[in-house]
Design a protein around this ligand. Sequence first.
Ligand SMILES: NC(=O)c1ccc[n+]([C@@H]2O[C@H](COP(=O)([O-])OP(=O)(O)OC[C@H]3O[C@@H](n4cnc5c(N)ncnc54)[C@H](OP(=O)(O)O)[C@@H]3O)[C@@H](O)[C@H]2O)c1
Length: 319
Amino acid sequence: MGSYSIASNDNEQVNNKQIIFCDYISGFPKETDFVLKTSTIRLKLPRGSNGVLVKNLYLSCDAYMRFRMTKGGNSVVSAFKPGSPMVGYGVARVLDSGSQEMKKGDVVWGFTGWEEYSFITDTKSLVTIKYTDVPLSYYAGILGKAGMTAYAGFHEICSPKKGEYVFVSAAAGAVGQLVGQFAMLMGCYVVGCAGSNEKVHLLKNKLMFHEAFNYNEEHNLDAALKRYFPKGIDIYFENVGGEMIDAVLLNMRRNGRIAMCGAISQYNLDQPYGVKNLSCIISKSIRMEGFVVFIMIINCSPIHTRREDCVHGRCCGGT
Ligand SMILES: NC(=O)c1ccc[n+]([C@@H]2O[C@H](COP(=O)([O-])OP(=O)(O)OC[C@H]3O[C@@H](n4cnc5c(N)ncnc54)[C@H](OP(=O)(O)O)[C@@H]3O)[C@@H](O)[C@H]2O)c1
């Protein structure tokens, strides 16, 4: 993404607060890896530019951004540039446009900078939001990357059927809690796990999961899953990786499906956990499939259209 700020000395400049990524990180990110800086920006595109100048309204902070903090990034995303503003999905209003696709006043969703104003030269990721009659913050959550990930991962990868047993890890997170909702709408039995009793309470009493447990209080994950799924798991929506996937493999039912969405427990480790129970995939005829919503979005998957339809209640039975 080509987002950067213009600093010139004429009087059309305004202050532009930015969150700057200081340098590549190993291990867990710390607050000192980022710095708040105020620069200036001219609220007019340079003559001849075919980019857009936007006022950022909402930004989402997503787990994949950790890969962009490592030198070289990964096979899907490039690394952030040290000394430059962080970049991520956000909602923004177009202030000036040299692009054929967007005009001044449009609200757009896509990659933008972690700053008040961004000059975006590479506009490929930006989509004009058609329906602005819902809170625009929804496009940083349920109608943004988290919602599309949960929807595509659950419906397109897991092929759910009514009455199936569904397990979701990181269930109180942005993606997990939506997977739980989609699974309940399908009439599945849904259990989530989370890392604190407060989150378990949220899952059971507000998000109405059938059951939830705190994985930090379970000495034996296999035994915990057997307790919640005496007949086994049909669908596992994987967000965490590590020991959890090993325990899940032991508890999957024949012809089960696993959506490999994320492995957040591994992102800050130098030495990843080695999964031991992969042979269950063969013996139980499990389908285990990874997906990257980012690639689905670039490839113009129908999830964009479905997102717009959902806003107007034309899918999920109008719920
Ligand atoms: N494939 C894709 O296209 C795609 C797209 C979006 C997200 N993802 C992946 O989906 C997963 C969830 O993303 P999200 O946006 O929902 O994240 P989120 O809202 O930031 O939630 C992440 C949660 O993961 C849990 N977690 C953190 N470290 C953990 C650890 N060491 N072991 C176990 N759990 C840990 C924490 O919950 P607890 O306190 O409950 O442990 C945390 O709140 C991530 O793995 C992310 O990379 C994939």
